[in-house]
Design a binder for this molecule. Structure first.
Ligand SMILES: Nc1ncnc2c1ncn2[C@@H]1O[C@H](COP(=O)(O)OP(=O)(O)OP(=O)(O)O)[C@@H](O)[C@H]1O
Ligand SMILES: [Mg+2]
Length: 350
């Protein structure tokens, strides 16, 4: 379980961080840079895109995405919640609506020419949904061109906020949706498998981000070899990568450091039952700082609450079924913090 990053300080690092990453791909071209081909929309109403990921299934991504979307809509923002859990789409259920007629399946198969044709009202004021693919269009099957087309369309939508509910796993497509957002949030449960997958997701997003960053073009081969845990250069950790980059060019080392500092994912621990569970968020933050050099922003935790499955069973949003629950106030607090603290943050990978 433990390892040594080779830095001056001996720290315990979960073994999952020594694995190769990011994840795997089934689709041709999925690894190619989707951001290279994006044109900035001339005018965009979209203030921010938020993405909720987590690497593992059943950790509360859809609960959190739907709740953040409702909370933002209630405060007067026009919001579109978008289900990017392609193949396992159920955000509509978390929002208490039936599967809309047009979904991302229609977009990916070009039955509709713009994603705006998939925008469907939820019945909740200010909140629309774009539902995920209904048939077997798994996220790994979405090719590069379709991904670029979707990303290009997103910022052209008529909304203040877009909330992306991501699927489980660390495919390049899921990582790219996460990295495209202005604000990326990771959620995990206080259990070993979920924490492990959380680290796997962070690590994959971290290396994917560096490998897509144009400012780091001249050291991309080194970054890509760092993603293979058996690389011949002996790069086993971010500190090894630094050492190798600095050997090539101290100036590139500076740029690498700057890019790492700009990557600040948010973290939410879900289904906390004890203080030890709550503290897991701080441990993850510490490991991320020591291992990757990134400042993970631990924005809060959500208690385990049977209100969630009761709302799920009734196919009603938690915020509407149990508006006075502690969980709902925790969610509202998280949204207030994010808007206040990160309301102007823009994606800087493009
Ligand atoms: N804070 C909580 N308290 C109690 N139960 C919860 C909580 N959060 C989530 N759950 C339970 O976990 C289930 C999974 O949540 P959710 O569907 O939001 O996860 P997910 O990460 O989107 O899963 P998937 O990857 O399958 O889409 C919910 O149906 C609910 O029963
Ligand atoms: Mg989900």
């Amino acid at each position: 379980m433990d390892g040594n990053v080779g830095s001056a300080e001996n720290i315990n690092i979960p073994s999952v961080l020594a694995e190769s990453g990011p994840g795997h791909s089934n689709a041709r071209g999925e690894q190619a840079n989707p951001f290279d081909q994006l044109a900035a929309p001339s005018t965009s109403r979209v203030k921010q895109i938020w993405a909720i990921g987590g690497g593992k299934g059943g950790v509360g991504k859809s609960l959190i995405a739907s709740s953040l979307a409702i909370t933002l809509a209630r405060t007067g923002n026009k919001v579109i919640a978008i289900d990017l859990d392609l193949g396992g789409a159920n955000l509509h259920t978390a929002l208490g609506v039936d599967m809309p007629r047009n979904t991302l399946s229609d977009f990916f198969t070009r039955r509709v020419n713009h994603v705006e044709k998939c925008v469907t009202p939820t019945g909740i004021m200010n909140l629309d949904i774009i539902s995920g693919a209904q048939d077997s269009v798994g996220v790994a099957n979405v090719g590069h061109d379709e991904k670029v087309r979707l990303l290009q369309n997103l910022r052209e939508l008529d909304a203040d906020y877009l909330i992306l509910d991501l699927g489980a796993g660390t495919t390049y497509n899921t990582l790219d949706f996460f990295l495209y957002a202005d604000l990326g949030m990771i959620t995990l449960l206080p259990e070993p498998t979920s924490i492990e997958n959380g680290y796997r997701f962070i690590k994959s997003a971290y290396y994917r981000r560096l490998s897509l960053c144009r400012r780091l073009d001249n050291i991309r081969p080194l970054i890509e070899s760092a993603m293979d845990s058996k690389n011949p250069a002996g790069i086993r950790s971010p500190s090894d990568l630094f050492r190798e980059v600095n050997k090539v060019s101290p100036e590139a080392g500076m740029r690498l450091k700057e890019e790492i500092e700009r990557f600040r994912p948010k973290l939410v621990v879900n289904q906390a039952r004890t203080q030890t569970d709550v503290d897991i968020g701080f441990s993850v933050k510490t490991v991320c700082k020591k291992y990757f050099g990134i400042d993970m922003d631990y924005v809060g935790y959500l208690d385990y609450d049977s209100a969630v499955w009761q709302a799920v069973r009734r196919k009603r949003p938690l915020l509407q079924e149990f508006p006075n629950s502690k969980l709902v106030s925790s969610l509202e607090r998280i949204v207030q913090y994010l808007v206040k603290r990160h309301g102007h943050q823009k994606n800087d990978i493009l």
